[in-house]
Design a protein around this ligand. Structure first.
Ligand code: BJW
Length: 232
């Protein structure tokens, strides 16, 4: 690790699982309880906005009762102590990285804690429900939706992510199934650029064969151990 300076970390639902937040594709996960097409596409929202707003109101309320776990805390420690470049690209819409103290975090699939006004295009911090169609604090229109990225929509800040991967010496993927693009393609992009790649996940993922190394286990154990190794 002597030449290690710039690190990009991709996190997914698995890092928040031990905080009590449901993953998507595990047994009993969110996509077993709800049809993706109904709750995570713009078409689903247009068809039945009440269903979608209730789904996100329920999850927005739930995440505010959850706490960061040792995996979030270890990444926050790495962020605080790492002198080189570091970017934590999270697919998660919870704020557990930030509540653990991490600063260099990018939410590529948006966040539960913003509302996005489709009338004036302004994003506003939001912790309450949206089901009653509250007015946008900026323009007054009742046109707020969750500020999350649904299938068919463009994830946020892709240029910044690719720029960080181009400069990286190490790409680490934590707690993601590798089922959703473009995030699932980052490991291939990194490898094509000669970047070292490491996966930390509970079980082998769809993309495991693409990584130089995969370590299997719980994020709350694997991540603090890896961070300790990097900082030692
Ligand atoms: C643990 C653990 C523990 C458990 N410790 N580990 C064909 C090829 C390529 C691409 C496509 C294609 N067809 C369509 C596409 C594009 C599409 C896509 O990828 N579809 C796939 C289904 C194939 N992608 C998109 O549409 C994206 N946009 C896009 O491509 O833009 C370009 C474009 C624009 C316009 C037109 C055309 C193209 C957008 C994707 C948006 C994803 N949104 C969601 C919802 C966000 C809001 C919300 O939260 O509700 O994002 S879906 C959901 O999946 C969520 C997650 O961020 C994302 C990834 O899930 P994640 O995090 O990996 O969770 P799981 O549950 O899958 O996995 C958890 C893992 O943790 C597991 O492996 C467990 O084992 C592990 N784990 N406990 C460690 N304790």
């Amino acid at each position: 690790m002597a030449d290690l300076r710039n690190i990009v970390i991709l996190t997914g639902a698995g890092i928040s699982a031990e905080s009590g937040i449901d993953t998507f594709r595990s047994e009993g996960g969110l996509w077993e309880q709800h049809r993706v097409e109904d709750v995570a596409t713009p078409e689903g929202f247009a068809r039945d906005p009440d269903l979608v707003l209730r789904f996100y109101d329920m999850r927005r309320e739930a995440i505010q009762t959850k706490l960061p776990n040792p995996a979030h805390e270890a990444l926050a420690r790495l962020d605080a102590e790492w002198d080189g470049e570091l970017l934590i690209v999270t697919q998660n819409v919870d704020d557990l990285h930030e509540r653990a103290g991490a600063k260099r975090v990018l939410h590529m699939h948006g966040t539960h804690l913003n509302a996005w006004c489709t009338a004036c295009d302004v994003r506003t911090p939001w912790t309450g429900p949206l089901i009653d169609r509250p007015p946008c604090p900026c323009c007054g229109e009742s046109a707020l939706r969750p500020d999350v990225v649904w299938f068919g929509e463009m994830p946020y800040e892709m240029e910044r992510i690719y720029a960080a991967i181009r400069r990286a010496d190490l790409f680490v993927s934590i707690g993601t199934s590798g089922a959703v693009y473009p995030a699932a393609g980052f490991v291939r992009d990194a490898r094509n650029l000669g970047v070292q790649t490491l996966e930390l996940n509970l079980e082998r993922s769809e993309g495991s064969h693409r990584f130089h190394e995969t370590r299997l286990g719980r994020a709350s154990e694997l991540v603090p151990a890896w961070v300790g190794q990097v900082l030692s």
